[in-house]
Design a protein around this ligand. Structure first.
Ligand SMILES: [Zn+2]
Length: 335
């Protein structure tokens, strides 16, 4: 049964007979595509997304031509532009048709009307607070556990693809949509090195996957949070102002699996070219997860393996830096 109500100006839609958060999100999704034209059109448009597949050793990368993503990919995220626009994640600015379900912490779940995934949720904080992960990582783990194995949760840093760097939010999409969801075990087996393994916690470093990453697996919330904080501080040595640049992909099935992609650049050089040399791509978690989004057809037509390799190379950290993080982590946690 669908119940709509207002709580502190929040347009909530809930069914109290449903207990699982992922089921509540599913129900919200069905209701929104039936009652909100923008969302309905957004999800219908997914059927016309064109896909190119590129095979590499032990993995695959997809390029998607998805014109609905133009706003997000080309979003101006400098502080002047951000300061001049109404925040689209603040409750008071949400479209009238948009409804929410409450999640844990200060978070609400919204249906993203400009989807990449067949079911794509934005999970903003109720409060207008900056996109910063350090104190919110624990909430990320809790949200991902509550969303269950049907969805993968992800985070884009304020300079790593988040189109609202001024408003804390996560996103979630169908598990298995990003290539890394199913490739992960094989990739860690073939390209991974164990950084740490004790009790219930395993940490790996992975190179050779075009975009280097650090991953953590555990069923222990506390050890994941403290390990994340160590990695965060090691990455901070680059001297960033807000936070070390990163994207995070997190899933839960019996235990948590957290994949951290440290970044060195917000956007590749192609983004800033003019005319025919321009390629509009703004890599975020989904792109690093193996699904590269191109909102312009002329760019999609030009995508080839070399371009994919170069885009990843330009925005992610090199092998040497990954080794440094791994070694330092061992030193700190071993001491
Ligand atoms: Zn806001």
């Amino acid at each position: 049964m669908r119940i709509e109500f207002k709580e502190n100006n929040l347009l909530l839609e809930d069914d109290f007979s449903i207990t699982k958060l992922s089921d509540k999100a599913d129900r919200l999704f069905k209701s929104q595509i039936n009652n909100w034209e923008l969302a309905s059109a957004g999800y219908k448009s997914l059927s016309s997304v064109q896909i190119k597949k590129f095979e590499f050793d032990n993995f695959e990368v997809e390029a998607h031509f998805n014109p609905g993503r133009i706003i997000s990919s080309s979003a101006k995220v400098d502080s002047k532009s951000i300061g001049e626009r109404p925040c689209f994640l603040c409750v008071k600015n949400l479209p009238l048709e948009q409804k929410a379900v409450k999640a844990n912490g200060n978070y609400i779940i919204l249906v993203n009307p400009f989807p990449i995934f067949p079911k794509h949720f934005t999970i903003p904080s109720i409060n207008h607070v900056p996109q910063l992960i350090y104190d919110e990582f624990e909430n990320m783990l809790l949200l991902s556990k509550n969303m269950g194995n049907e969805f993968t949760l992800f985070y884009n840093g304020p300079k790593c693809g988040a189109s609202a760097p001024d408003h804390m939010h996560f996103q979630a999409g169908n598990q298995g949509f990003m290539k890394i969801d199913d490739e992960y075990d094989k990739i860690v087996e073939v390209y991974g090195k164990i950084v740490y393994e004790k009790n219930d916690l395993r940490i790996f470093s992975v190179t050779g996957y075009l975009r280097n990453f650090i991953s953590m697996e555990s069923n222990n919330l506390k050890s994941l949070v403290s390990s994340f904080k160590i990695i965060y501080k090691l990455l901070s040595k680059n001297g960033e102002v807000d936070e070390p640049m990163m994207n995070i992909i997190c899933g839960y099935e019996n235990n948590w699996r957290v994949i951290i992609f440290p970044r060195i650049k917000h956007r590749p050089s192609y983004f800033f070219e003019e005319g025919k040399d321009k390629i509009l791509i703004s890599p975020a978690a989904v792109d690093l997860g193996g699904v590269c989004i191109f909102p312009r057809e002329e760019d999609f037509e030009r995508v080839n393996k070399d371009l994919i390799v170069d885009i990843y190379k330009q925005v992610t950290i090199n092998d040497e830096k990954i080794r440094y993080i791994a070694n330092e982590f061992k030193d700190i946690i071993g001491s």
